[in-house]
Design a binder for this molecule. Structure first.
Ligand SMILES: C=C(O[C@H]1C=CC=C(C(=O)O)[C@@H]1O)C(=O)O
Length: 410
């Protein structure tokens, strides 16, 4: 049976700016206690939004299927699936694209749609104060002090030296007060301007809270061109003034750290017995004020008949060794035992599936992100450890990574 096709409905209210329309849609969702996601794809000028009429329907359990027949919506997946951090897939009951601001794509006419259209007809003057962002009910994560993080790095290097793991990505949370008059939508727009090549997102959902981020890392992409893509992104150094990115020099530590991520991806292809992939890199890539090493992997699905490749690879890849480590299970147990806080949705994945076009999926690793709480933000960052890691350098690296999203708090 074919999927029901969404209907185009004209925006019922005044012809205000795309930003004001996004605020109206967000406000409607939040006041109704519904999940909502707003995102701006890398290189795109304007954002897109997806809203679900039921919070329960967004509780997914499994990673999404990435086939054209699968439901359209927005995936929001934690680092580890648990009752505390449920795996979400926000069905696209309403989809809005700021490139076509006067149109709403609705899945089926019903009471949710009538309420939304009623609200949009007379939304009254809205400000951020009117936006009751969803807040996580989980305890605030413990922010690691410099001494605690240093001890974690030392324990990680020891575990590598003793052969328990080859690589592990140790991370930490940091808490920052929200500035007076903080407006999450403006912060999202600000991140979009600062980081044109990032996947910028603002997701608010019951149970998960509200998350804002600017990710540089594709987890799985199936493009309109029928090409499956993923990347191995690791190794970090600052982009200093006057530096030419493709002349950056990398130490053996970063080369090895990134090569392990590439090897992990190649192993996932091997598990699926797929040999026909293209591998390009590693090359230096810019992510805000940072440089990383990146290898791109691509499979042309027109030439390789493998309809479930996206779904299968997503399930094998997450969490990659760019956020967990190698071997995967040993690294994850190390983190569970020693990291000392709940990553929640940091280093999970997120992005649109079959939205708006069936067969297209864009999933990113949830990096360079923060979680909103009542009067503060929780920021997250990690750094890949190898046998050559130096605790002070790793602390500085997490500081640099935190400053990517901290820019939204200025
Ligand atoms: C884990 C993070 O980054 C990953 C992606 C790129 C470079 C990384 C690194 O150099 O350690 C990490 O693997 C993070 O930003 O929190």
């Amino acid at each position: 049976m074919s999927k029901p096709q969404p209907e185009v409905v004209a925006w019922p209210g005044a012809a205000v700016s795309p930003s004001a329309r996004a605020r109206q849609l967000l406000t409607f969702a939040l006041r109704q206690g519904l999940p909502v996601a707003l995102w701006r794809l890398p290189g795109a000028a304007r954002p897109q939004l997806c809203l679900s009429f039921s919070a329960e329907a967004a509780l997914a359990g499994l990673p999404p299927a990435l086939t054209p027949e699968a439901p359209a919506g927005f995936a929001f997946f934690p680092f580890r699936d648990s009752d505390r951090n449920p795996a979400l897939f926000l069905p696209a009951d309403v989809f809005w694209d700021a490139d076509r601001p006067a149109e709403l794509l609705v899945q089926s006419a019903g009471s949710g749609v009538s309420q939304l259209l009623g609200f949009l007809t007379s939304p009254d003057g809205l400000t951020d104060g009117d936006m009751p962002w969803h807040l996580s009910r989980q305890p605030l994560p413990h922010p690691a002090s410099r001494a605690e993080y240093t001890a974690l790095v030392e324990t990680g290097v020891d575990a590598i030296r003793h052969g328990q793991v080859m690589k592990v990505v140790s991370s930490r949370a940091a808490r920052r007060p929200l500035p007076a008059g903080f407006d999450a939508l403006r912060a999202f727009e600000n991140l979009g301007q600062r980081y044109p090549q990032a996947f910028v997102s603002l997701v608010s959902a019951p149970g998960a809270g509200t998350w804002l981020g600017a990710s540089p890392e594709v987890l799985v992409e199936i493009g309109a061109d029928g090409v499956f893509r993923t990347m191995a992104l690791a190794g970090t150094q600052p982009l200093t003034p006057g530096m030419v990115p493709n002349q950056a020099i990398w130490r053996q530590k970063e080369i090895e750290e990134q090569a392990l991520v590439s090897r992990y991806i190649v192993n996932c292809f091997k598990q699926l017995r797929l040999r026909e992939y293209d591998e390009t890199g590693p090359r230096t890539t810019v992510a805000g004020q940072l440089l990383h090493l990146r290898t791109d992997f691509a499979v042309n699905l027109h030439n390789v008949p493998f309809p479930t490749l996206g779904t299968d690879m997503l399930r094998l890849l997450h969490p990659t060794s760019a956020v967990g480590g190698m071997p995967k299970q040993a690294a994850l147990s190390f983190l569970h035992q020693h990291e000392g806080y709940d990553r929640a949705y940091y280093s999970g994945f997120l992005g649109p599936v079959n939205l708006p076009q069936a067969g297209v999926a864009r999933l990113f690793v949830n990096l360079r992100c923060l979680q909103l709480r009542t009067s503060e933000a929780v920021l997250y960052a990690g750094a890949g450890l190898t046998i050559d890691s130096d605790p002070e350098r790793e602390w500085n690296e997490t500081e640099m990574k935190l400053s990517t999203v901290a820019a939204a708090l200025q």
